[in-house]
Design a protein around this ligand. Structure first.
Ligand code: GBH
Length: 519
């Protein structure tokens, strides 16, 4: 088998380095932490909130690990004041959270629920008192169940008007206090995990050749309509900005051969370009249009005009990296859980993903590859030249730190964040206009199909007592945010070009696939 060139993105350090290095960030660089409504709020059936597709999904046997759900989560619905206080004590200048659609509009549409308006206004007031800048995500995967029941949610064109109304309700209720809007978080996850492999709500996988493309099409149009509405009615008087957040793990060609390079480009097209090309360039990538034919819906000339130029910054969520090679024979996409995923969307890309077995791995079993973030930012800069710059709206890792004693010394996460931030710094030095970095997540929370079994927080949550305890990573990140500088061990900086695990310690696949994704 072809082997990845370990040093492809930088030199591998041989001798252990001593001392520290300090990296300074541009003036006004924004630091913060991020969360999402379903993952932290709880209060799922309080204050007039109705069910969202995740409540329904969690209630289906075998979908979520340990049959966990977000009914209580971190009880942030009741503890938000304490949580803002914690952010303030850590000196985190910004906070990215999401609004629950079925809390604000319990019937999916119509007039806003006064209790929800009060909850988010109270949160925004607390943030203001603490001098923390809010960024709100309008949709982080929690479609009201009533809209799923009524017309199959994202599969129907009807969702476009309902989303536009929901977004406009957010702008009118909260737009005086919140100036930064993210329409969608990671539409790739909602569409591929929701409609191709069924790992996420609504859990469909029967038509992977058409449904992910259809759902994505409606999400892109919903995004564009919401942005138009913001610009027509709110932007000028509220003085804010609006954009989208896309998730992309870096895809590096396994070799310098042309067919591997083309495969890596296809992997980027099918995940990032699928959403970014319509929004920045006016249409789906040509590779996708050619390959999918009629299965990929097309935009009318008028729609292309509506969509192009509708993101004022590039929100990027980034976690990991894989090498890509051109598949020999039948395309095989191996999922992040080690399953071969075949059919529809997965076959269309014709890519084979390869991990370097020497990479360090997080508790999600995702490769720790800090240099991937550098490549990712440079690629986005070159390809899309986003006017308002790149905002890294999520980056972080899972660590098995259930035990609060372990959490207080989460060295793995400390070094993960240091390595990724250092590589983001390199990208900035190379000309990428990166303007913000948000750690995922402010606190341990409901990790979707893996329930509470995975912890991403810089603050530890004891789910029995709801006690919050800042981890070592919170303290390290707090210092970075306050000084606008990262001081890190030279060894960690050198390793960020290639983090290697102990020989023989590599795992082929994780044992922790969500119940629905086990082969
Ligand atoms: C984000 O999605 C979500 O926005 C957030 O809600 C969630 O809690 C957080 O991340 C942590 O999961 O198999 O090594 O190639 C993450 C999107 C897409 C990132 C798949 C990792 C696979 C890594 N993920 N990707 S790998």
């Amino acid at each position: 088998m072809k082997r990845p060139a370990a040093a492809s993105a930088g030199a591998v350090s041989k001798k252990p380095a001593s001392g520290t290095k300090t990296l300074s960030f541009p003036k006004n660089f924004l630091w913060g932490s991020a969360t999402a409504a379903y993952q932290i709020e709880g209060g799922a059936f309080e204050g007039g909130r109705t069910a969202c597709i995740w409540d329904t999904f969690c209630a289906q046997p075998g979908k979520v690990k340990n049959a966990d759900n977000g009914t209580k989560a971190c009880d942030h619905y009741h503890k938000f004041k304490e949580d803002v206080k914690l952010m303030k004590s850590l000196g985190l200048p910004a906070y990215r959270f999401s609004i629950s659609w079925s809390r604000l509009l319990p019937t999916g549409r119509g007039d806003p629920n006064p209790e929800a308006v009060k909850f988010y206004n109270d949160l925004l007031d607390e943030l203001k008192k603490a001098k923390i800048k809010p960024l709100a995500t309008i949709y982080h995967w929690d479609l009201p169940q009533c809209l799923e029941d009524e017309y199959d949610g994202w599969l129907s064109r009807k969702v476009i008007d309902d989303f536009e109304h929901y977004a406009a309700t957010c702008f009118s209720c909260f737009g005086e206090k919140c100036k930064d809007w993210i329409t969608f978080n990671e539409p790739w996850c909602s569409t591929v995990l929701g409609y191709a492999n069924g790992e996420m709500a609504p859990g469909k996988k029967e038509k992977p050749d058409t449904e992910p493309y259809l759902a994505a099409h409606h999400i892109i149009l919903s995004h564009a309509k919401a942005v138009k509405r913001y610009r027509d009615e709110f932007k000028e008087k509220q003085g804010g900005q609006i954009g989208i957040t896309l998730n992309m793990d870096w895809r590096h060609p396994l070799t310098e051969e042309e067919n591997d390079k083309a495969a890596a480009q296809r992997a980027l097209d099918w995940q990032l370009g699928w959403f970014a090309d319509p929004i920045w360039k006016g249409d789906y990538p040509e590779t996708m249009r050619k390959r999918c034919g009629d299965r990929l819906p097309s935009f009318t000339a008028e729609e292309k005009e509506l969509i192009k130029g509708t993101s004022e910054f590039f929100g990027l969520n980034h976690y990991s990296t894989a090498y890509v090679c051109a598949p020999k024979g039948q395309a095989k996409t191996v999922s992040m859980w080690g399953n071969v995923q075949a059919g529809g969307y997965f076959d269309d890309q014709e890519v084979e993903l390869v991990d370097d077995p020497r990479w360090g791995r997080s508790d999600m079993d995702w490769g720790v590859v800090p240099w991937g973030l550098k490549h990712m930012c440079e690629y986005i800069q070159k390809e899309y030249e986003p006017e308002g710059g790149i905002l890294v709206t999520e980056n972080g890792c899972a660590v098995a730190d259930d035990d609060v004693k372990v959490a207080k010394k989460d060295t793995f996460r400390v070094e993960f964040l240091q390595g990724y931030i250092a590589q983001m710094h390199k990208a900035i030095q190379n000309g990428a206009d990166v303007r913000a970095y948000f750690a995922w997540s402010l606190m341990d929370n409901f990790e979707w199909a893996l329930g509470y079994s995975k912890r991403f927080g810089i603050i530890h949550i004891d789910y029995e007592t709801q006690k919050r305890t800042p981890k070592q990573s919170a303290k390290m990140f707090s210092e970075v945010a306050q000084k606008n500088k990262l001081t890190l061990p030279t060894a960690v900086l050198n390793d960020s070009d290639f983090v290697m695990i102990e020989p023989g310690a590599g795992r082929a696949t994780t044992k922790d696939a969500p119940p629905g994704q086990k082969e």
